[in-house]
Design a protein around this ligand. Structure first.
Ligand code: SF4
Length: 355
């Protein structure tokens, strides 16, 4: 069988010339260096689908193969459906990514951050570390089982102090805040709590992907209209600093606060790479499951593996181009119709879905 990558390597293949003058351009690349996680957040597919989870750490070989494609972007985010700090080569991967000239970010629960590790984070990068929480108090631990909010805060404080001491500006400290409707009141404490902790940005998300129907009411997108109105009020008030001098930026990354054409994950100009090298359009279509999916498991879509095919060839393959075109035109591929990140062009809001 002739492989696409073999064809592309051939000197007469038109892709060679197309790629030289018109290389792929991506806004970011997200890399799942670990699908292992030691937490059991109640809303995470890793918890609900544990029995069919494809557990793994990205090998050095896979990482260094894929780092060749960082030339097509400026931003690399080292995080997928697992905890990146569980990877023993985390700092090697950060260094290798920085060597390509890209800005490197990661998202963590912060549970593994010791003082030694915090020192390395300040000395060696990455440029941005986002800490995941689901509230502004120990209430977060009820949703993020197996994590300690106190430990997360301590990790942020340690890094902020070390940065100040060494007069470093990086890593920037972000908070990846999961808004659950039963913890809506916690939003009011975001600025008082994080405003003086060296946090530069808080990104508030909601449950886009409701893996357990029992959690539908926890999502801003799928809860009832009265709750949604109340949430909009609280978010509007809380996103405006109330007198306190703070430079903290609050971003709410779901509609009506965040509007964008079609896919809010920008899947037509970004990719997600699983720990074993598969290229997916987004993180929601790259849940690492063992075996084929069925009606009761989420859809998975990949366009090939970075270890066996060249990336420009995968990116320009007619199936992938066709898929991106239909996404851009607002005629969602079947795989997107149930996604909370897809804005329906007729309704101007995400299409509802349930499992
Ligand atoms: S709309 Fe499609 S591409 Fe975009 S995030 Fe959802 S599943 Fe992914």
């Amino acid at each position: 069988m002739i492989q696409l990558n073999n064809l592309e390597e051939h000197p007469s293949h038109p892709y060679r010339w197309v790629n030289r003058f018109f290389p792929p351009r991506l806004d970011w690349i997200q890399v799942e260096i670990s699908s292992l996680c030691d937490a059991s957040c109640i809303y995470c597919p890793h918890t609900a689908l544990r029995s069919v989870w494809r557990q793994g750490l990205m090998s050095r070989k896979t990482f260094f193969t894929l780092s060749n494609i960082f030339q097509y972007t400026r931003h690399v985010h080292l995080q997928g459906w697992g905890e990146p700090f569980l990877h023993p080569h985390f700092f090697d991967f950060v260094q290798a990514t920085r060597d390509t000239g890209c800005i490197v970010g990661t998202t963590t629960s912060g549970q593994a951050v010791t003082v030694d590790m915090a020192e390395r984070l300040v000395d060696e990068g990455p440029d941005v570390v986002a800490f995941s929480v689901a509230g502004c108090s120990e209430l977060s631990d009820r949703y993020r089982r197996g994590t300690s909010f106190t430990k997360t805060l301590r990790a942020m404080e340690t890094i902020a102090n070390l940065k100040e001491k060494s007069r470093r500006t990086t890593p920037k400290i972000h908070v990846a805040y999961m808004l659950l409707m039963s913890a809506l009141d916690e939003v009011e404490r975001i600025i008082p709590l994080f405003g003086n902790m060296g946090v530069q940005e808080v990104i508030i998300s909601t449950l886009n992907f409701v893996i357990d129907p029992k959690l539908r009411e926890e999502s801003f997108l799928y809860c009832d209209a009265a709750k949604q109105r109340k949430a909009v009020e609280i978010l509007q008030e809380s996103a405006v600093p109330s007198g306190a001098a703070t430079d903290i930026v609050i971003s709410v990354n779901f509609p009506p606060f965040h509007q964008s054409e079609r896919c809010l994950e920008n899947a037509a100009r970004s990719i997600f790479i699983s720990h074993d090298g598969y290229v997916h359009p987004c993180v929601y279509l790259g849940i690492p499951l063992v075996g084929p999916t069925n009606g009761s498991t989420p859809s998975v879509l990949n366009f090939g593996n970075i270890e066996t095919s060249s990336f420009p060839g995968l990116w320009r393959h007619k199936n992938y181009r066709r898929w991106r075109r239909s996404l851009r035109k607002g005629k969602p591929p079947m795989t997107c119709t149930r996604c909370g990140r897809f804005i329906s062009p007729t309704q101007n809001r995400p299409a509802l879905f349930s499992f």
